[in-house]
Design a protein around this ligand. Structure first.
Ligand SMILES: Nc1ncnc2c1ncn2[C@@H]1O[C@H](COP(=O)(O)OP(=O)(O)OP(=O)(O)O)[C@@H](O)[C@H]1O
Length: 377
């Protein structure tokens, strides 16, 4: 049995600082919220409820780092990505980019920032205009922003094609003439064309063949390191995030439940949900028979009416009355490293093999058991 007598001890006077040092974050997100209204009624349609897709998240992104955003399908990862690139208007909260609040900035104010924050989408088939040549697609951001690089746009596009591992001679080809992996490389070339400071990559490899995934992840890694671009890397595949991200935020039902550096998340998870997610990922170092499995009970509750208190409590083997009445804040808990924040009243001991009980796993998590199963659940 787990020891439910131990409750969270937030480290006294700890301001939830998300990374050591004095470096200013590139982006600081506070209380970010997106509620999609649900309309109903006849003949007059009015708002009868809301899908609480993102419900008050706080995180920071530092220059040049990769922050992974993980969690089961429907927990709000893509919506968060679309909010911070301002493709969506937030319902509440603030997004500061280089100290400037862009959460309600209009098109004119956003224009200079748009070139600095780019997005790579999951589907390399849907995200490229089939009627445009590769040259037109990649030079698009330069044209929109009125940028004429030395030597002209065509020269720059050919350079970009080379950087992403494509043949510059294919400048005049159309997207359908490329494979899925090559199309995603075109998406990367378009995203880096204006040398952005931040790229939000939303499941950038999950639509690709497993054999191609590593190549595209390696390309993104090169881009991150060599161009010093910060990434918010959204994925449900924890193995890929481990490979790519220095810090990881775990989302559950519109909230961040844990955020920490990669080693702390993967080796000393404190939130039971993180622990459960990790227990479903095959680990080459651990014998399959010995590997502890945590099976979560039930489905993810509806984001229309999330559970009171801790949202994970309906599937958590540690939940008590306190979890139903008090929402645990995202704080540093005793024994955790600086910058390791957890939202749980009964955090884990911090070792991946700390508990042995077996509870029932949600079928959605089964997809994570097979590292090669990258299709979205
Ligand atoms: N435009 C929209 N209108 C209404 N509800 C939406 C909209 N977009 C997303 N949602 C809902 O918001 C919740 C979060 O969705 P989101 O796509 O952000 O999750 P996710 O973690 O990225 O999941 P997935 O990996 O499946 O994309 C889901 O319940 C989803 O159905």
């Amino acid at each position: 049995m787990s020891d439910n007598s131990k409750t969270t001890t937030a480290v006294a006077d700890s301001v939830p600082q998300q990374r050591n040092g004095s470096e200013a974050p590139l982006m600081k997100v506070s209380g970010l919220t997106k509620h999609f209204p649900i309309k109903g009624g006849f003949p007059i349609r009015r708002t009868v409820g809301a899908v609480k897709a993102v419900d008050g998240v706080d995180f920071e992104v530092y220059p040049g780092e990769s922050l992974g955003l993980v969690g089961e399908s429907g927990c709000g990862k893509s919506t968060t990505g679309r909010l911070i690139t301002r493709l969506y208007e937030p319902t509440a909260g603030t997004i500061e980019y280089q100290g400037q609040d862009i959460s309600s900035a209009d098109r004119r104010k956003l224009a200079p920032i748009r070139s600095e924050i780019q997005m790579i989408f999951q589907d390399p088939y849907a995200s490229l205009n089939p009627r445009q040549t590769v040259g037109t697609i990649i030079s698009g951001p330069m044209e929109i922003n009125g940028i004429n690089p030395p030597g002209g746009r065509e020269k720059r596009v050919r350079e970009l094609l080379e950087i992403v591992g494509l043949n510059p001679e294919h400048y005049n080809r159309f997207p359908h003439e490329f494979s899925g992996g090559q199309r995603q490389r075109i998406g990367v070339a378009r995203a880096i064309a204006l040398q952005p400071k931040l790229i939000v990559a939303d499941e950038p490899v999950s639509a690709l063949d497993v054999s191609i995934q590593a190549q595209v992840v390696n390309l993104l890694q090169e881009v991150q390191r060599e161009m010093g671009i910060a990434f918010v890397f959204i994925a449900h595949d924890l193995a890929i995030v481990r490979h790519f991200s220095q810090r990881v935020a775990v989302m559950y039902l519109g909230k961040i439940v844990e955020i920490a550096d990669r080693d702390s998340i993967y080796n000393r998870p404190r939130h039971p949900y993180t622990h459960a997610l990790l227990s479903a990922v095959p680990d080459a170092d651990i014998d399959a028979d010995k590997r502890e499995r945590i099976r979560l009970a039930g489905d993810v509750p509806s984001p229309i009416a999330p559970p009171s208190g801790c949202r994970f409590r309906t599937r958590c083997w540690k939940a008590t009355e306190k979890c139903a009445t008090e929402e645990p804040p995202l704080v540093r808990i005793q024994g955790s490293k600086e910058g390791h924040l957890t939202a749980c009243h009964y955090p884990e001991e911090g070792t991946i093999s700390a508990r042995t009980e077996d509870v029932v796993m949600d079928p959605g998590l089964k997809a994570l058991e097979n590292e090669s199963d990258i299709s979205k659940s």
